[in-house]
Write a protein that binds this ligand. Sequence first.
Ligand SMILES: NC(=O)c1ccc[n+]([C@@H]2O[C@H](COP(=O)([O-])OP(=O)(O)OC[C@H]3O[C@@H](n4cnc5c(N)ncnc54)[C@H](O)[C@@H]3O)[C@@H](O)[C@H]2O)c1
Length: 441
Amino acid sequence: MTNTIITNIRERNYTIGIVGLGYVGLPLLWTFHEQGFRVVGIDIDAAKIEAFRIGTSYIKHFPAEQMQKLAQSDRCRATNDFSIVSDVDAIIMCVPTPLNLHREPDMSYIVNTTHAIAPHLKAGQLIVLESTTYPGTTDEIIRPICEEKSGLKSGVDLFFAFSPEREDPGNPNFGTATIPKVIGGDGEAALEITDVLYSSAIVKTVRVSNPKTAEAVKLLENIFRSVNIALVNELKLVFHAMGIDVHEVIEAAKTKPFGFMAFYPGPGLGGHCIPIDPFYLTWKAREYGLHTRFIELAGEVNTAMPQFVVRRTIEALNDKKKCMNGSKILCVGLAYKPDVDDMRESPTFVVMDLLEAEKAHVDYYDPFIPVIPPTREHGKWTGKKSVAWSPDVIASYDAVVIVTNHKIVNYRELMEWNDTIIDTRNALNNLPAREHQVWKA
Ligand SMILES: NC(=O)c1ccc[n+]([C@@H]2O[C@H](COP(=O)([O-])OP(=O)(O)OC[C@H]3O[C@@H](n4cnc5c(N)ncnc54)[C@H](O)[C@@H]3O)[C@@H](O)[C@H]2O)c1
């Protein structure tokens, strides 16, 4: 059976179903489609299925022309009907893996998706999970549900693998097809099929022993970032107290050609990955009676950063003989990182909440997010609109906090139009500031 499957992949006589058409699933579907595969997008969000039908993009960095090409292609379709699973050869799951209110893994998306596909499975299919998750998810959740509901057996007539998504939305240098793909299969046949499939669309594959090792790889990558960002955030506070600019220190340190990697401080962590994924391991480690102290400490340091931003804003206002109570504060950048429209877990929300708790009137400016859509945790800001970028509007604020440094923002204009700016991203580093105009935070 394995040889036939591999031949079908090589001859592009193969259909790939992508479940979850978000930031990860949509570019992945595009990548396979570009390599000549038949693709089927499956999502519970009716708006996304409609976008496929009419050919409009719903992700800023995913070009509308590509969406139109997909809409017109006879090798692409999208649906919310899971019975289509019986028509595909591979199912790749790219559904969300958030934390619940107790900051524990919310596995409901993976569990629901698995239950939805399981009744439609047939012999010979490959099932790959790409969502970031704790080691053991493929073996302990996906495989048992699929095997039980379908009566098929892993390694015999069903093949399971985990392959972590390493997408970096908005990164101009790397896209889905050019980022090496780690793969861990449940057995040799699953590994071989997964490798042939991904190799046909992605620059390089990296085989590891099994799905749980692949699941651990992704967590290592994100924990590494979280811990190192926490380290520079902590050093920022210490150096600030000593009158040393942490950014100047990092720029000089990174001239060392080995043994150092630059990480940059900021207003706190954001996004769907770095603030969340490490705690998947924390939760799983408890099952083994182990504590993940680095992860917890990094979380503590990183989540305290918005408070430092607010303290610096108070200091800036004080310097201007103003108080926070009743002040008008503008936050620039709502997205969690530059040049994207993704505001999940953005620290800007926390900064806005804290400023408002200090009785400031808070607005935001983000060229990529004209109005705040409904969010799970920051519902009170839903419907709020970005202010206009004009001299009168920007000058009307008592202080402006740069929380996210989008490249498209004209920082020269900002400095001409407002004289109290709190810069959490070193965005104004190369611009001449007036006296008492910029507070680094
Ligand atoms: N966004 C990133 O940069 C990134 C990078 C690496 C890894 N990841 C991981 O990839 C996974 C997906 O992230 P994302 O950013 O693409 O999320 P997303 O929210 O952009 O997209 C998820 C999609 O899944 C759909 N969905 C939810 N439940 C479903 C179900 N039961 N059946 C079918 N569709 C369902 C949603 O409607 C949505 O369209 C997560 O585990 C995330 O941690 C994301």
